[in-house]
Design a protein around this ligand. Structure first.
Ligand code: FEO
Length: 398
C-alpha cells in the first residue's frame, strides 16, 4: 500500500516478471503494474482493479486499507481483463456495493463475467459525492476500448485515467519523479504505439475536451505504470504530439531473407540511407520483437520492407510485420519495398501493395533483383536507399 494524498491509496499489483501482455502480442521487458486505488472519505471508493491471477493478493492489500464491508463504490473505468479480472472475487465479498461503469462498460462486464451486480451507469459529467470530495466521470471511448472512462477526484485534483497515459513499467516507486524518466518514456511511447496508435484522432479530440474543462490537475494516475505527479500535463502534451502524425527523421528497414540475397540488398540500401544523412534502424523480421519494431515504426517517418519471394508471395515472417503495420493504422509515413527472387519475383510488388493498402505513401517503385545481386545491382540498391533517405528528409522539411 502506498499513499497518493491523505486518504488516497495505491493498492495495485507490481508484476515484475511479466514478459508478454495481450497474449504474446506485446513484449513487456520491464514488467507491468495493474494500478488500483482506494479513496477514503465519508464514503469509500475503489477505483480500478487488477488482473485475475492477482485477485487474492489485491483483496488482501485492500483489506489492509479498508474494511471491505465498508466499500460503497467500485469504480470500473475499463472492463478489459487486466483490470476487471478480479472484480468477481471482490464483488462476491461485497455484493451490495455500487458498481460504477459506463454504459458500454456494463455491457462488457456483463458479457465477460455474467454477473448482475448493483450497476450504476455514468456518462461524462456525472458525479458521485464521497463526502468532502466528488468523483466526476469522463467517458474516454477507444482509449482503449469503447467502454473506457476516467474518474476525476475533486479537492485532491487526481485524474484516474485508466489505460490512457500508462506504461508497462514495474517499479518499487509509484511517482514519475522517483524513477528513471528515460525508461518511463520508452515504455510510454511503446504503449501508445502498440495500443493507441489506431485511435489518434479520437485521442486529440478527447484531450481537447479534457483541457476545456480546465480541471486543476495535481496527478494523473493511470492503471499501468507510474503516476504522473511532477508536471502531470507533460504526458498529456506528449499524447497530443504522438497523435498528430508523429514522425522523427528516421527510417526503419525490416527484412527477411532465405539465402542472404535480400539481406545483401538491405545492407546496400542501408549504405544509401547513410549517404543521404538519415538515421535508420535495421530489423530482421524473423528475429526482432514485433512490439519493439512497431514502436520504432511509430517513431520513424520512413518504412522499408524487404522479403525474398517464397511460393509466389513474401515470407510468412514478413507477413506478420505487414499485418501489424496494417492493424496499427500508422499515419503520415512514407515507404518502399524490395527483395530478391529466383524465378517468379512477386514479393516486392506484393509488399508494396500491402504497404499502400495500409495507407503508407509509396514514394518509389519496389526493387526486385534476381538471385545474387551483382556489383552494379548493389549500386542500384545503394541508390534506392539514398533516394529514399532524401525523400524522408525532404518530406519533413516541407
Ligand atoms: Fe489495461 Fe485496455 O487494458
Amino acid at each position: 500500500m502506498k499513499q497518493l494524498k491523505e486518504n488516497v491509496y495505491w493498492v495495485g499489483i507490481t508484476d515484475w516478471g511479466l514478459q508478454h501482455f495481450h497474449g504474446f502480442g506485446f513484449s513487456t521487458h520491464r514488467g507491468a503494474t495493474y494500478n488500483s486505488y482506494v479513496i477514503k472519505d465519508e464514503k469509500i471508493a475503489v477505483v480500478d482493479a487488477v488482473w485475475g491471477p492477482y485477485a487474492n493478493e489485491w483483496i488482501e492489500k485492500l483489506s489492509q486499507v479498508v474494511d471491505l464491508e465498508k466499500i460503497d463504490y467500485v469504480i470500473c473505468n475499463h472492463a478489459e481483463t487486466d483490470h476487471a479480472g478480479s472484480y468477481v472475487a471482490l464483488m462476491d465479498k461485497i455484493p451490495n456495493a455500487t458498481f460504477v461503469v459506463s454504459a458500454k462498460g456494463k455491457e462488457h462486464v456483463h458479457k465477460q463475467f455474467h454477473q448482475d451486480w448493483n450497476f450504476k451507469v455514468v456518462k461524462t459529467g456525472d458525479k458521485i459525492s464521497l463526502g468532502k470530495r466528488e468523483l466526476v466521470f469522463i467517458e474516454a471511448t477507444m482509449l482503449h476500448w469503447p467502454d473506457n472512462m476516467m474518474a476525476y477526484l475533486t479537492e485532491d485534483n487526481i485524474l484516474f485515467s485508466n489505460d490512457a497515459f500508462g506504461q508497462h513499467y514495474a517499479s518499487s516507486k509509484i511517482f514519475n519523479d522517483e524513477v528513471d524518466e528515460t525508461e518511463v518514456y520508452q515504455e510510454a511511447i511503446k504503449y501508445y504505439a502498440n495500443i493507441l496508435t489506431p485511435f489518434g484522432k479520437l485521442i486529440t479530440k478527447k484531450i481537447d475536451e479534457i483541457k476545456s474543462f480546465n480541471l486543476p490537475l495535481d496527478m494523473i494516475a493511470p492503471s499501468h505504470g507510474i503516476i504522473w505527479r511532477d508536471n502531470p500535463m507533460q504526458i498529456v502534451e506528449k499524447y497530443y504530439e504522438w497523435a498528430s502524425n508523429y514522425a522523427e527523421p528516421t527510417v526503419v528497414l525490416i527484412y527477411d531473407t532465405m539465402w542472404s540475397n535480400t539481406e545483401k540488398m538491405a545492407l546496400a540500401i542501408a549504405k544509401g540511407l547513410d549517404a543521404s544523412g538519415v538515421a535508420y534502424k535495421i530489423y530482421h523480421a524473423a528475429k526482432a520483437d514485433g512490439a519493439d519494431v512497431a514502436t520504432e515504426i511509430f517513431k520513424a517517418k520512413g518504412i522499408l520492407v524487404g522479403s525474398s519471394t517464397f511460393n509466389n508471395r513474401y515470407l510468412p515472417t514478413t507477413a506478420t510485420i505487414l499485418e501489424e503495420i496494417r492493424c496499427l493504422r500508422f499515419t503520415g509515413k512514407i515507404g518502399a519495398s524490395f527483395g530478391s527472387y529466383g524465378w517468379s519475383g512477386e514479393s516486392p510488388k506484393l509488399v508494396e501493395d500491402h504497404l499502400a493498402a495500409s495507407k503508407i505513401d509509396i514514394v518509389q517503385d519496389s526493387l526486385g533483383i534476381k538471385f545474387t545481386p551483382t556489383v552494379e545491382e548493389l549500386q542500384t540498391c545503394y541508390d534506392f536507399g539514398k533516394s529514399f533517405g532524401e525523400k524522408v528528409l525532404a518530406s519533413l522539411n516541407k
